[in-house]
Design a protein around this ligand. Structure first.
Ligand SMILES: *Cc1c(COP(=O)(O)O)cnc(C)c1O
Length: 398
């Protein structure tokens, strides 16, 4: 009989989206004539852009001809794509060497798999509320997690606590679920803290393309010292609607070298290269080819037009919250709007209230951690008409 990874017993039931679906279908059965509007999901609704689709078609045709056919690709991903991503970083004010970029099939997989590089007995700092992947992947490995609180007092942007000695730090900015975005000074504080503790920051920039306020960082590498302490994850999922097409990238600077217990210097870049090439055979060529089209200036302009569409939804949602004087974060640099449940309700209570009285579905904050239990997340990934209708109903509630 195999001995099992019993850490799996320590995982909490991942019931958030299942429970939402259960409550919604129960309501639908009882009220078949009512039109439910879903502003809960964290998935895009706009199709791929013209440039991405044209590139996909072109790459498919290349696979039909022996002269242009591609089999296994380079381990880190195609150079044409790594160069295109590096050029995109440069336009955003960050200097990222294409040789430090690894192409992958998702920021979810990479933020989870990165734990392979670290021993069990590290102290892991995780913000609360948080994207549940960081928590669950560390519980699977039996690592100790220390939570840092994101609250209304710190605008859901927790800052380092010098009394805590952490080894790994997860940061997500712009944040899922709160939509809050760190500025450069705040990230500099995290970098200084990480460097003084010899800690590594695992920076999830999945929503960087939604940053709209000038001066806010799209990448942690826009800030001095980041290459000495930070790994960055990013994805085309939210930027370019690749949630079903699958392509992401992870940057591991070569400066990240630490001394092992036997005195050997180990490079995280080299370790990830070994892991990636041992356990992964690459993102499909046709997808990488389409991704490269996304990172051209024209390709990104098309993505930004889609993101502008989502931003208008965020504005529609925020406008009603402003009128109601309901405190919230997000919406400006993020597709998420995170607000305090009205009338002192708890998040599941508000979920039911909104479903029953307005037929609008959102995401209860409790699903993202203790600090979310009085908060609620709405997403801007819907259509204008349904978002307007949902907020009209919301407006009439209070
Ligand atoms: C959506 C999302 C991602 C992207 O995941 P993919 O696997 O690339 O689709 C990463 N991080 C956060 C916080 C997200 O919300």
């Amino acid at each position: 009989m195999p001995l099992l990874n019993e850490n799996y017993q320590n995982l909490e039931e991942s019931y958030l989206f299942a429970e939402i679906a259960r409550r919604v279908s129960k309501y639908e059965e009882a009220h078949p004539d009512q039109k439910i509007i879903r502003l809960g999901i964290g998935d895009v609704t706009k199709p791929l852009t013209k440039k991405a689709i044209a590139a996909l078609h072109e790459a498919v045709d290349m696979q039909a001809v022996s002269e242009t056919f591609k089999g296994y690709g380079p381990e880190k991903g195609y150079e044409f794509l790594r160069n295109a991503i590096s050029a995109y970083y440069k336009r955003n004010g960050a200097d990222v060497d294409p040789d430090t970029i690894f192409i992958s099939d998702g920021a979810k997989s990479d933020t989870g798999n990165i734990t392979d590089l670290f021993a069990k007995d590290n102290v892991v700092l995780v913000p609360d509320p948080v994207y549940p992947v960081y928590v669950d992947t560390n519980i699977m490995d039996g690592r100790k997690i220390v939570y840092i609180n994101g609250t209304a007092e710190n605008n859901f942007l927790p800052m380092p606590d010098p009394s805590i000695k952490a080894d790994l730090i997860y940061l997500c900015s712009p944040n899922n679920p709160t939509g809050a975005c760190y500025d450069k000074e705040q990230l500099k504080c995290w970098i200084d803290y990480a460097r003084s503790n010899q800690a590594v920051i695992l920076f999830d920039a999945a929503y960087e393309a939604f940053v709209s306020q000038p001066g806010l960082p799209h990448s942690i590498y826009e800030i001095e010292g980041a290459k000495e302490c930070a790994i960055e994850f990013c994805s085309l999922s939210k930027t370019a609607g690749f949630t079903g097409t699958r392509c992401s990238y992870t940057v591991i600077p070569k400066e990240l070298v630490f001394t092992a217990s036997n005195g050997v210097e180990m490079s995280l870049h080299a370790m990830w290269n070994r892991r990636h090439s041992t356990k992964f055979n690459g993102t499909p060529y046709i997808v990488q080819y389409a991704a490269a089209a996304v990172f051209t200036e024209e390709g990104m302009a098309e993505c930004q037009a889609n993101i502008d569409y989502y931003r208008e939804n965020a504005r529609i949602i925020s406008q009603v919250l402003d009128q109601k004087k309901i405190p919230y974060t997000g919406g400006v640099n993020s597709p998420y709007i995170w607000f305090e449940c009205p009338k002192g309700m708890e998040s599941w209570e508000f979920f039911d209230y909104l479903l029953e009285n307005a037929q609008v579905v959102g995401t209860p904050g409790a699903g993202f951690g203790e600090n979310g239990k009085n908060y609620f997340r709405l997403t801007a990934f819907g259509q204008h008409e349904s978002t307007k209708e949902a907020m009209k109903r919301f407006d009439q509630l209070f």
